[in-house]
Design a protein around this ligand. Structure first.
Ligand code: AMP
Ligand code: ZN
Length: 112
């Protein structure tokens, strides 16, 4: 499949890996928007949050467990932001479900 994140998970494209287990992979964003900016993705190819359903949603819960662990490991004791862009108008550029874990600075709300 011609999917950038599937290739990163398979090791065909290099990445700065932060975490990996049987179902989840996490790596540093190549264009960080915060001092800590990690992308957390399911190993299974799910195109977007809009394709989460009864049969694949367990990995999403696991991603949030992993996010808390990474945040702790990265020293984000003051808080952090988790973002998912779903679809074109939200700015999703890679069509493989991913959650941005960002921290190390203050964030404004609502996000632009
Ligand atoms: P989104 O715009 O929500 O789809 O997020 C895609 C993210 O992937 C962006 O923040 C990009 O900077 C990031 N990205 C694109 N290519 C790579 C890559 N090869 N390694 C790490 N991050 C990447
Ligand atoms: Zn993929």
């Amino acid at each position: 499949m011609d999917c950038l994140f599937c290739k990163i998970i398979a090791g065909e494209i290099p990445s700065a890996k932060v975490y990996e287990d049987d179902t989840v992979f996490a790596f540093r964003d190549i264009e960080p928007q915060a001092p800590v900016h990690v992308l957390i993705v399911p190993k299974e190819h799910i195109a977007s949050a809009n394709e989460i359903n009864e049969s694949n949603s367990a990995v999403v819960a696991h991603i949030f467990e992993v996010a808390a662990k990474i945040a702790k490991d990265e020293g984000l004791t003051d808080g952090y932001r988790i973002v998912n862009n779903c679809g074109d108008s939200a700015g999703q550029t890679v069509k493989h479900l991913h959650f941005h874990l960002m921290g190390g600075r203050n964030f404004t709300w609502p996000a632009g």
